[in-house]
Ligand binder design. Sequence first.
Ligand code: B3K
Ligand code: ZN
Length: 898
Amino acid sequence: MADTATPNVIRRADYAPPAFLIDTVALEFDLVPERTVVRNTMRVRRNPDASHASNLELMGEQLEFVSATIDGAPFDNAHAHEHGLTLSNVPDHFELTITSICNPAENTTLSGLYVSGGNFFTQCEAEGFRRITYFLDRPDVMATFTVTLRASKADYPVLLSNGNLLEEGDLPDGRHFARWEDPFRKPSYLFALVAGKLVALEERVKSGSGKEKLLQVWVEPHDLDKTRHAMDSLINSIRWDEARFGLELDLDRFMIVAVSDFNMGAMENKGLNIFNTKYVLANPETATDTDFANIEAVVGHEYFHNWTGNRVTCRDWFQLSLKEGLTVFRDQEFSADMAGGATDEAARATKRIEDVRVLRQMQFAEDAGPMAHPVRPESYVEINNFYTMTVYEKGSEVVRMYQTLFGRDGFRKGMDLYFKRHDGQAVTCDDFRHALADANGRDLAQFERWYSQAGTPRVSVRTRYDAAQQRYSVTLAQGYGDAAPAARETQKGPLLIPFAIGLIGKDGSDLSLQLEGETRASDSTTRVLDFTQTEQTFTFVNVAQEPLPSLLRNFSAPVIVEYDYSADQLAFLLAHDSDPFNRWEAGQRLATRELLTLAGRAATGVPLQLDDSVVAAFARVLTDETLSPSFRELALMLPSEAYLAEQMAESNPAAVHAARQFVRKRLANALRKDWLAVYEKHRTPGAYEATPEASGHRALKNLALSYLAELDDPAEAVRLASAQYDAANNMTDRSAALSALLNAAAANGGSIEAQQALDDFYRRFEKEPLVIDKWFALQATQRGSAQRPVIEIVRKLMAHPAFNLKNPNRARSLIFSFCAANPAQFHAEDGSGYAFWADQVIALDAINPQVAARLARSLELWRRFTPTLRDGMRAALEKVASQVKSRDVREIVEKALA
Ligand code: B3K
Ligand code: ZN
């Protein structure tokens, strides 16, 4: 219904090849902030594989058309309109030159060519190139680009574009130029230019075949001391892609540029990656361990796109996961290898747990609401709304399943075949699947459903032990439960689910596994079952004792497993499972179940109590010195409030908050001595090191501090946190101490120590925008109280001189942090959070639709909440729907209300 009511729905089924192709592009830019002139000369020809069209329809937005010539002669049959330029009755092949003007200074959308901090930057994916010049701005039109940049030499001493620098020199009137050439054909979304006052950290490395490569990380001069980690991450990425996939850097030069105004994380433009400063700049004083890890992951991600995305690109935007799912999988594997190599399963598991936590909290929620869509969507109104958790994170899980099915070597064979077949092409998710299938001699027709069906699959498990026959049967049944309407209409049949399983004996060790019909037990104590039918039974034989099943080891498929474990069984798995992921999972299941029961009680006003056995299970993890600190930190962290609220039949954020706080306080008070001991033991004195080990110690120590801040008498925690704040030589410890002080003070409406630390933090880092973002975010996500609701603090901060709605990082640090990461305060019964949300979506809509649309999504699950909250959210959504202008926000709110 939404589809017919909304105009301009783009459908996958309507794909048609372009009527014309463009082989070469020569761009000339005269860069002036308010009035940049772009001259674009293209070699155009009719596409032999498309149906005939007499007109050439070029896309263009927010451009002032100046002139068009064909083969050097003025062309009068050119008609400029709101969406582009129509050239009527064009020849079969010709050289087309178009001159147009754009206004980068006024471009607050940060899509196309824009000015940030006095420098020029571009962002073209998905459809920003048409805001720079008229073009066939679609990924299946691939051309080679030459780019000439001209600008004032004093104002823009550095002029960069894709590929290799051909020449540079001076021009009259204090201007200069640079000419760049990218030897590889590419779609327009990978075009980039940068011009301004920037400096670079440089390094020369030899690639696998012995060729020398120039690597540069470009930043504003005062940030040069924060580039080392990004450079190291880039070098590690280059080495890793050679070693793991045999993929070499194909250009002589590879550049990363940091910009502080950026809509997302980073962009993989060919040879000229443009990054949000957040994912480049780091030193121990300004960046946390998480920041260091994120920088490594994002630098890797964008670098890996050079092959998965750039050399082989997408035929159309419905295939987005072809490059994004695959590249997320590659960056996850890179980070895991960097942390634990190929064999340290415990270290790899830390990364896996973090990734799965994000998937379950964010992607499962997406799949349960009005924006639910398959990994390969069927339709969209605004493609920028489909850079989603489903396309990225579920897409990555889909790619991971090939590796789970075929092993690392089989996966590598599939990748090799994919590049052999498709290098230089714009292809589809089907092409990728066929390469994996053919390289491994397996029919993967059923696997296609992972790309076309939305919703989170549920696998329910029944087990039966026959002691006399020594047989253990596991019956798996798959379905989607009560799926969201948007998901339900895509569901056609059962999936091929690689279901990894182990069986655990009474002493906690793995039993050997032999399936019925096999002549002997397999070497591995984990088996990946090919689960392909709606219901299927797998029978293990020679099972001498009744085992405890360890299900979906290492999270072998993006599904929800339903199995009725007792609390004792979960505690046993938490203590013994040889699969580190499932050890963590057992603790999470135990905690989730307990927390949901408590939230139900809190919702109806019944007093809360926590079973001693749960406290005991946590105590064992806390004091188990054989477990790595990072694992303990993950295992002792309770599921997030957002995740828990989503699990309730009717989401009740206040009840979830009450329950979770109750458990945190109970664990804090009951295990006070242990938390203190852990706090002392895991300090990291001496110089800061960003290694996984050191950051594991800090994570566990700071988790202990956060629990200590929950004590009924927090005086000791406040003393420890203040001392840690003052003595910290790194941002991880300093921000954790500040957060502990804020939360310890919340119940009393604030404290002197917390206020002093906040003021000190601001003064200390006034000149570091990324740290000031943290200062805003810490306040927006802090715990509130009846006397001091966080909305009041947020409103006040909106008027702070350092707040700036136009800067996406700053908007995210205050507004998104409050609306999306502080559920108990945002969902206040009085609707104050929703009113604030509506005002901000509307304000952002006029500045930057992409950022506004992201914020708009924080109410999409409104139907799942309690009646009062539901009414408040609907009213706010209706208000936004009646006022927004952009296609981006309109799609989100209309889908939410439909
Ligand atoms: N490909 C870009 C995302 C572009 C988003 C456009 N709205 C970054 C990435 O995934 O690597
Ligand atoms: Zn990407």
